[in-house]
Design a protein around this ligand. Sequence first.
Ligand SMILES: Cc1cc2nc3c(=O)[nH]c(=O)nc-3n(C[C@H](O)[C@H](O)[C@H](O)COP(=O)(O)OP(=O)(O)OC[C@H]3O[C@@H](n4cnc5c(N)ncnc54)[C@H](O)[C@@H]3O)c2cc1C
Ligand SMILES: CC(C)=CCC/C(C)=C/CC/C(C)=C/CSC[C@H](N)C(=O)O
Length: 525
Amino acid sequence: MRADSWAFQSDNNASRAMERTRGRLACSTVGLWLGLLLLCSWGFPGSAEPRAPPENIAIIGAGIGGTSAAYYLRQKFGNDVKIDVFEKGEVGGRLATVTMQGQEYESGGSVIHPLNLHMKRFVKDLGLSAVQSPSGLVGVYNGETLVYEESSWFIINMIKLIWHYGFQSLRMHMWVEDILDKFMRIYRYQSHDYAFSSVEKLLHSLGGDDYLGLFNRSLLETLQKAGFSEKFLDEIITPVMRVNYGQTMNINGFVGAVSMSCTDPGLWAVKGGNKLVCSRLLQASKSNLISGSVMSIEEKTRTKQTGNPTKVYEAVYQTGSETHSAFYDIVLVATPLNRKMSNITFLNFDPPIEEFHQYYEPLVTTLIKGQLNSTVFTSRALDEFDLGTVLTTDNPDLFINSIGFVSSVEESNNPQPKADRSHVWKIFSAGPLTKEQILKLFVSYDYAVKRSWLAYPHYTPPEKCPSIILHDRLYYLNGMEVAASAMEVSAVAGYNAALLAYHRWNGHTHMIDQEDLYEKLKTEL
Ligand SMILES: Cc1cc2nc3c(=O)[nH]c(=O)nc-3n(C[C@H](O)[C@H](O)[C@H](O)COP(=O)(O)OP(=O)(O)OC[C@H]3O[C@@H](n4cnc5c(N)ncnc54)[C@H](O)[C@@H]3O)c2cc1C
Ligand SMILES: CC(C)=CCC/C(C)=C/CC/C(C)=C/CSC[C@H](N)C(=O)O
């Protein structure tokens, strides 16, 4: 009510009324100030003045997941927080190279999709450059013969594909494109700072129940229901799953689509090696790299300089033969949690943090410089053999998943064979190759280098992804690999965990697990 409306009343009434008004105004002014004070200390919804940042954050693992999380945590929390990144092996993790005759070759994560926007952005912002991945002709071998061979003539290829499989190849392409389009919604959500507390909620936000359904059903079931023929699935889809994930069509439909997207043109890699992205992210985030293995995490109460008792996490870690410990306000676990890969114990949590038993598929990468014995695959002589990659069908007699020629991390074009027609070839197999097996594949060879991996989750849908929030301020990134394992997915997981940690620290609940984000953000520029 406005005070001037009382001016027409009698003096007494007016003065009493004025007093009442002043009283009310005083009350409401006090109320207003109190309200303002409270809002300042709690934060305005939406435009929050963040609470003081955490003092110390730990990230366990310096692969692409951990280093991208460090980068985004720095952006969100600013320069006052100390970020320690623990790494028990090499920075890069599953992004790694092997050296042959002074040249480096990718032995882990190799190819990046042209629409992997986080990786693209990293390369641009961190002063790196991209090289095109080799795109030789592809053939499919079933143990007896090449059941499919690509031609260098686009039109002949189309005719061959339609002749063998009708329009299934085109339909497959459209199916993958739709899934990729929806995946790309995550970039919009993340650029608006939205975070998700579970992988299921993230997938659901991308495309609703159908999208989540992809993750819960096998690729085989999904594609059979969609009417793809057994011949097409055996001769085209299975070989692609074998080269990319070393598994069959029993993997989930989402990772199946991610794998199929590797048949798109324009795949690329980072000049000098993909692992450079990780070391540059560490530098750019001004993190402190600790070369050590984290053994346990336990919640403790500590009295900080302010005198207030505060809950923190104690990380016990080993560097060489020495054991140390340090305290953190927030911890991000950026490595698969299983005994063989990270062996981290969560001590005295109530309720206990569950043990994860995700089985990771053993896979061996062998790089060989030599002259291929093309007669293994075809009766044609080597000088008529023009395939750059041979994929294989699901035949138990075959001892390789694939073989393909590769270029070094410095080469920017398709590798040229040497005068003796020798190339560097990369072979994926479930186990290490014996000398006899190598001699079967090569007429002669100069060098062979192998690297064994626990490469990807063994996919067995329907699956439940581990929670991203393991405890109050303790986060887990690699549950996302249960949906699909790829560099870009780890970068998405790293960004999501950084946003989640930031919003939960500041109480921004409205930025977490928003429903219908796609619709809500449609009108935003
Ligand atoms: C052979 C192979 C080929 C691949 N090809 C591709 C590809 O072409 N394209 C693609 O996109 N993806 C590919 N991938 C998948 C991709 O490499 C991974 O999805 C991605 O690199 C995983 O990154 P990450 O940071 O989540 O995990 P990791 O890279 O595994 O990082 C985890 C890190 O944590 C460290 N660590 C573990 N425990 C501890 C501990 N207790 N204390 C301290 N440190 C610890 C590890 O040493 C490791 O460095 C491939 C993977 C393999 C193995
Ligand atoms: C996340 C999205 C939408 C796309 C990523 C596509 C991609 C690059 C997936 C990687 C799949 C993978 C694990 C490939 C391993 S083998 C790669 C290559 N054939 C090689 O020879 O090294």
